[in-house]
Design a protein around this ligand. Structure first.
Ligand code: AMP
Ligand code: MG
Length: 443
């Protein structure tokens, strides 16, 4: 890809006014040990590292789905603007309802949604009304049609059925004028688009989309369409990464497979840092790695190499690359296909959301009973692929998908969730409750 065709960055600022050095950040994280880093400490480190996109653009509300709201949205008027009926029926005065016998009321007119009844309603009168129609002046209660008996221009309302104010929606009960309808940092969902529309807003300010460049490293990797030479594998990481980035709503820039060659790596990292806010690579960060990836990363930026107390996904590089004015965050993920997905979930997802300006929301976890014992070593976080289902009594249960090797991508594809075995946790007994992250929440 030619450099000139790539979008330029800009508008990315550190959370604090001055970007802290990686060493400064490390000194803020209690228990920081790059060679045996607990997952929680790695997450804390990354949260302190990430800058936030500042650039804001106005988008039509439909285009804003999945985007990050840049400012609070304050309601300029009451929604609904008037008291109105929640039912099809008759609007009446609650004070005129009899407690001892049915109340007989005379129908003096009708008010339809969009066509108000604006006349006076005399004592003993009621107005035929449809859902959403404005309550006629002085009337405060609605009797649903199906509870009434009609007799010519009169209607009978049974006793004991209603209290004053029933089936009436109050002005401003959805949103009161001056109230914050949506807070900045929200990732806009379908209900939010409806809420914005109910405020009459055609456009909203959103932060510009985060740009994330990614590439795979390793001489054994081949791209789809190339012959698979002996000892080679097709590059799958660029596809799982692409999928996860799409789900996050960022702009994903695929820079292909990069050979294990210093010039090619230097070129790829430089190009990535110039066009993206964050760069994700896979492979080449393992301890025994003989290739050039780690060296070039360190040469082009400020990068730390971690050994994380987790499984899968022990090695990882983190830092900034690029020149002073144009730095991109670097996530150097391990190469194993499952490790890529797990480290993306554990570290990259939240970091990218924060960078995009989103208010980080923890993903919901299920508590499910493990159908079999699970071996687990205390002192590291394990992410095991699991299949969650309903037990006969309706409770959740989870079974591990056989072999948990970090290269076995099929286990990830078979699974519908990940069992999160926490740092301190030891072996799990059959029937014991464990935390499960359902894939639907993020994958
Ligand atoms: P590495 O972290 O580079 O030592 O890679 C660990 C393992 O993951 C090796 O078996 C690699 O062949 C494999 N691997 C690395 N990158 C990819 C990729 N992009 N797609 C599929 N497998 C990969
Ligand atoms: Mg490798």
């Amino acid at each position: 890809m030619a450099m000139s065709s790539l979008p330029t960055r800009g508008g990315l600022r550190p959370m604090t006014e001055v970007a802290l050095s990686l060493q400064d950040i490390a000194s803020c994280v209690a228990g920081y040990d790059p060679d045996a880093l607990p997952v929680a400490q790695a997450q804390e480190f990354i949260a302190r590292l990430v800058p936030v996109v500042q650039a804001v653009e106005q988008r039509p509300i439909r285009d804003a789905l999945g985007r990050v709201l840049a400012r609070d949205i304050i309601s300029a008027f009451d929604v609904p603007a008037h008291d109105n009926s929640a039912m099809d029926g008759y609007a009446l005065r609650g004070s005129e309802l009899r407690a001892d016998a049915p109340t007989r009321l005379r129908i003096v007119g009708s008010g339809l949604a969009g066509q108000n009844f604006s006349g006076d309603v005399p004592a003993g009168g009621c107005v035929r009304i449809t859902t959403g129609a404005v309550m006629p002046p002085g009337l405060d209660t609605v009797v649903p049609q199906e509870f009434t008996q009609g007799e010519g221009d009169q209607v009978l309302v049974p006793q004991g059925l209603l209290r004053t104010g029933d089936n009436r929606r109050l002005a401003g009960e959805d949103l009161a004028r001056g109230e914050a309808a949506l807070a900045a940092g929200r990732v806009l969902r379908p209900a939010d688009l409806g809420l914005l529309a109910s405020l009459g807003l055609a456009e909203v300010p959103v932060r510009r989309r985060l740009r994330v460049a990614f590439f795979s490293t390793g001489d054994e990797l081949r791209s789809i369409g190339e012959p698979l030479d002996a000892g080679c594998v097709y590059d799958s990481n660029r596809y799982t990464l692409w999928g996860m980035l799409q789900r996050l709503g960022v702009e994903a820039i695929d820079l292909g497979v990069v050979r294990d060659d210093p010039a090619a790596l230097r070129q790829a990292f430089t190009q990535a840092a110039a066009c993206a806010d964050a760069v994700i690579t896979s492979g080449g960060v393992s301890v025994g790695e003989a290739d050039h990836t780690k060296r070039i990363m360190a040469e082009l930026g400020e990068v730390l190499f971690w050994k994380i107390a987790m499984r899968p996904g022990r090695p990882m590089a983190i830092g900034r690359i690029g020149d002073a004015g144009r730095q991109a965050l670097l996530f150097g993920l391990p190469g194993n296909p499952v490790a890529v997905m797990v480290t993306f979930y554990a570290f990259v997802r939240d970091a990218l959301l924060r960078m995009a300006g989103a208010t980080a929301q923890p993903l919901p976890l299920l508590r499910a009973a493990s159908v079999a014992p699970i071996r687990k070593k205390a002192g590291r976080t394990e992410y095991q692929r699991g299949i969650v289902s309903r037990a006969a009594d309706g409770s959740w249960q989870v079974a591990i998908t056989g072999s948990q090797g970090s290269g076995i991508l099929r286990s990830m594809s078979q699974a519908n969730g990940m069992v999160l075995l926490h740092h301190e946790q030891g072996n799990v007994a059959a029937g014991e409750l464990v935390d499960v992250l359902p894939f639907d929440a993020w994958l």
